[in-house]
Design a protein around this ligand. Structure first.
Ligand code: NI
Length: 143
């Protein structure tokens, strides 16, 4: 096991215009340096790579926007959630206006099962927009 605080330095070659544009972007992200920005990109790429395996354990959130007047929508969304076992660890419902609701589900579990549930929720008739945000449970990264 490598020491958690050990840092590796390496140099990267890339086209100058790309490096310049990357540095410009990093500058807009208040207080983040190039190494921190690249570290975040590497983590995102690793999570995406690991998540190609259906059994990979993720944490994440599903956001759903829908009109609660749409016939049967609440019943359908609730029944999908009840059938999803332990995947949903918390749920928040916000009444955005007279028609529109936002539901935010905190999820944890195998990415394959989470995606399947998320696809089912988002495909429900009357859901205006939905999105699954996949992130790490934190176990792979020391910081
Ligand atoms: Ni509502």
């Amino acid at each position: 096991m490598e020491h958690a605080d050990k840092l590796t330095r390496f140099s990267v070659s890339m086209e100058s215009g790309l490096a310049r544009r990357f540095d410009e972007m990093v500058k807009t992200k208040g207080g983040v340096n190039r190494s921190q920005a690249i570290t975040q990109l590497v983590k995102t790429a690793l999570i995406e790579h690991y998540a190609a395996e259906e059994s990979y354990e993720i944490a994440g959130s599903i956001t759903l926007i829908y009109d609660h007047h749409q016939r049967q929508i609440q019943e359908t969304l609730t029944s999908i959630q009840h059938d999803s076992g332990d995947l949903i660890i918390s749920a928040m419902h916000v009444h955005l206006d007279h028609h529109n609701c936002m539901e935010i589900l905190a999820v944890r579990g195998p990415v394959g099962a989470v995606k399947q549930m998320s696809d089912q929720l988002i495909a429900t008739h009357g859901v205006k927009h939905g999105r699954l945000n996949v992130t790490t449970t934190g176990k792979e990264f020391t910081k």
